[in-house]
Design a protein around this ligand. Structure first.
Ligand code: DLL
Length: 436
């Protein structure tokens, strides 16, 4: 793999500013953001008033902990535009979360917000090793989902040659990589695996492709998966994080030269980590739920928004801004099986250790009697493996899971192509337990 470390002189000065400079800017912006939300969004005015706090109470960054937390249902209750802090005419763009159940969450951006979004995504793409003039294959979905259009904004700001292929039509994904010869690909890690399969189907060698870096996000993925993808494509694999409510992709980004967690673009998004049970901030470096406050957003400010994503904060390395560790999972994706907490990422990690298995999987939960049961649906590593080899792989995975996670799970090894593929975010959990 080529060294893609960006030239430090091309970074935004704030990326390598001193902590004092960053904190001073954050304090100034935080005061503005709290006031902006309080004065323009009835929901925030009511929630601050009910908690007995006022934007003037913020004298120091640590005072933020006195302000109330905001949750997803607060946004849903104000569907569609109740959380907007500017008149609708000033909203240049609207996106919405997929909302598989119930109300979608609607978010808005002013022209200025789109500019800032472009800045943080451009920074992220540069941190991945892309530079002006490089070509990008953007396979995140275009539409209400923030992935496609969000990455596109940053790619334009950085001056890349971008083609908006979006997700789906997998044979064409491979065709265009072969014909156009992009340097970078932006895609969910699970869809990257589908594209990888398609390379084999078309008889192309992915390691010989033009791709030098993949920028993966929108769903949890492990360091074990990173190695698998880097090996398969002979390219760097870096992590990009974000969520619609806070902006979209580009809230934080891993640097290609360190790959040691994701630097949060702290001049726009102020992070905290709280104990998900008590709502209290955790000690420095401790695991918990990530919470964000926007510092510059005009149309859709968020104050102490609970992401439900679990991680911990670490000091800066390649950039001065703090890092978040790779996301372990979402609190709503945590499975409690006979008293043990399990995340799909733990299953992924165990699966990647078994040579006879492909990296595709789903977790099926059922309750045949009184006890919940977990079944891992996975797939043979190569087409045509013998029944004995598949049975052996199933046994090995089951033993790994028992050893590392501490639970008994049944394992089904299907023939190649037997596990449902994603064209965007993977569906990891099939919950067939009786409702209620
Ligand atoms: O997934 C934005 C995005 C697009 C990020 C493309 C990166 C790349 P939503 O659809 O609102 O937005 O989903 C946000 O996805 O709260 C996390 O649970 C999960 N997520 C996003 N990025 C990562 C990541 C986009 N790198 C939700 N690692 C978030 C783990 C991620 N989970």
């Amino acid at each position: 793999m080529k060294d893609l470390t960006p030239d430090r002189k091309n970074l935004d000065p704030i990326e390598i500013a001193s902590r004092d400079e960053i904190a001073a800017l954050q304090l100034e912006r935080l005061k503005w953001s709290l006031r902006h939300a309080y004065e323009n969004v009835p929901f925030y005015r009511d929630s601050f008033d009910a908690a007995g706090v006022h934007p003037d109470d913020l004298k120091d960054l640590s005072d933020l902990a006195r302000f109330p937390l905001t949750v997803k249902t607060d946004l849903r209750d104000n569907y569609p535009f109740g959380m907007f802090a500017v008149p609708r005419e000033q909203v240049a763009r609207i996106h919405a979360s997929s909302g598989t159940t119930g109300q979608p969450t609607v978010v808005g951006y002013t022209q200025k917000d789109l500019e800032h979004w472009g800045t943080v995504v451009a920074r992220s793409l540069r941190a991945a090793g892309l530079r002006t003039g490089d070509m990008l294959h953007n396979a995140y979905g275009y539409g209400l989902f923030t992935g496609g259009l969000g990455i596109h904004l940053g790619a334009d700001a950085l001056g890349l040659t971008t083609y908006p292929i979006s997700g789906g039509m997998t044979p064409r994904q491979v065709r265009l990589i072969e014909d156009f010869k992009p340097k970078g690909i932006t895609v969910t890690p699970s869809y990257a695996l589908s594209i990888l399969d398609e390379f084999a189907r078309q008889g192309f060698n992915p390691r010989a492709s033009s791709l030098e870096v993949g920028i993966f996000g929108a769903e949890p993925w492990t360091n074990a998966m990173r190695l698998e993808i880097e090996q398969a494509f002979d390219m760097h694999a870096v992590d990009i994080y974000g969520l619609s409510e806070v902006m979209g992709p580009g809230v934080s980004m891993e640097c290609v030269e360190t790959k040691d967690g994701l630097h949060i673009w702290e001049d726009h998004f102020y992070p905290e980590v709280i104990n998900p049970e008590t709502g209290e901030p955790v000690g420095e470096g401790e695991q918990g739920e990530l919470v964000f406050t926007s510092l510059t957003k005009e149309a859709f400010p968020v104050i102490r928004y609970r992401t439900r994503d679990l991680t911990r904060l670490l000091p800066g390395t390649a950039r001065s801004m703090r890092r978040m560790e790779k996301i372990t999972g979402r609190s709503d994706d945590m499975i409690i099986l006979r008293g043990v907490n399990v995340f799909p990422t733990q299953i992924e990690e165990a699966l990647m250790k078994v040579p006879g298995l492909a990296p595709h999987f789903q977790i099926e939960l059922s309750r045949p009697g009184r006890m919940d049961q977990m079944r891992i649906l996975c797939e043979e590593a190569q087409p045509g493996m013998s029944d004995e080899a598949c049975a052996q792989a199933a046994k090995t995975l089951s033993a790994h899971i028992k050893q590392t996670v501490g639970i008994s799970a049944a394992v089904d090894v299907a023939k190649s192509g037997g596990v449902a593929r994603s064209e965007g975010k993977a569906v990891r959990i099939l919950d067939n337990r009786p409702k209620g």
